[in-house]
Design a protein around this ligand. Sequence first.
Ligand code: GLV
Ligand code: MG
Length: 350
Amino acid sequence: MLSRVAQTLRSGARVASPVAGALRNSFTVVQEATPRLNRCELYVPGTQAKIIPKAAKSAADVVVMDLEDSVAIGEKEVARKNVIQALKEVDFGNKTVAVRINGLYSHHMYRDVVDIIEQAGERCDVFIVPMVGVDKDVYMADALVSQVEEAVGRKKKIGFGLIIEATMGMMNVNSIAAASKRNESLHFGVADYSASTKSRTTNIGGPNKLYGVLTDKDGDKPRDFVWGDPWHYAMSRIVVAARANGLRPVDGPFGDIGDPDGYRAQCNRGAALGMEGKWAIHPSQVAIANEVFSPGEAEVTQARRVLEAMEKAQREGLGAVSLDGKLVDIASIKQADAIVKKAEAIAAMN
Ligand code: GLV
Ligand code: MG
């Protein structure tokens, strides 16, 4: 039996119905955002008209055509025209199609919104809004998008993916996450974030050799320097704000495209924290993100075993049992269910 999310994804519908019901972690019920696969978001500069159809054929769940930071100021109009043409002409199949519009700090933002909604039909699913600093930024974007959608009689509402990439946005991440019904995902923009915190790096994502600890002195034994993850706090904060509001947390870029092992490590630690997926800034990163953010066969088999053990326990009136010598209880059902549902949704899309 397919879960409701799998059925929804298979039918191609993008309704705002809850995934497997709403989350009941309190008396307050969290409604989940429009369900979409979000393992990998492939970014393509809006100036690269020839590459957009290739991205549309890639294995990424989401294609993001960029009008913001990969586009020079003098190229903004050309990029916008390319993106509008692609939205009208390119076959994106069942992918989620997104456009990263310019931020509210720039007059290019309103023109991106107006022209795309007025001229590009209904194929754009999501606007990625960069540099969100306060909840009113989302309110403003929502108001503008709503007005243009209404004026043209658009049937499908555009969703929002919000990039948290400055200290102000991080400070206000909770209210930003709750600011609009259009919100679907929060993204960690590590490059701008590190600039905003004045971190000592010029890399985009990845570790930092300055960030680590020396193990304690132990006689004359050599001491180890153990690297830490400088982005742990920021990522965790985004995961919590997103999940508490039914949104998908998505990790941002990893700039070293010649280091697939480093990228895989970044994906793994994001998945371990609860991230739904990661950006790819090069096609070579797509397969890695897809693999890491899809539950593996062994993981799914184990999750099904947990569900079976708990079904049996509950038939016997027990709330907790031992499986392979480890405790499983009612919380384990929720953990296992999330893994099985994600695997079903992925299977339904492939
Ligand atoms: C993305 O926009 C970033 O700044 O990392
Ligand atoms: Mg940025």
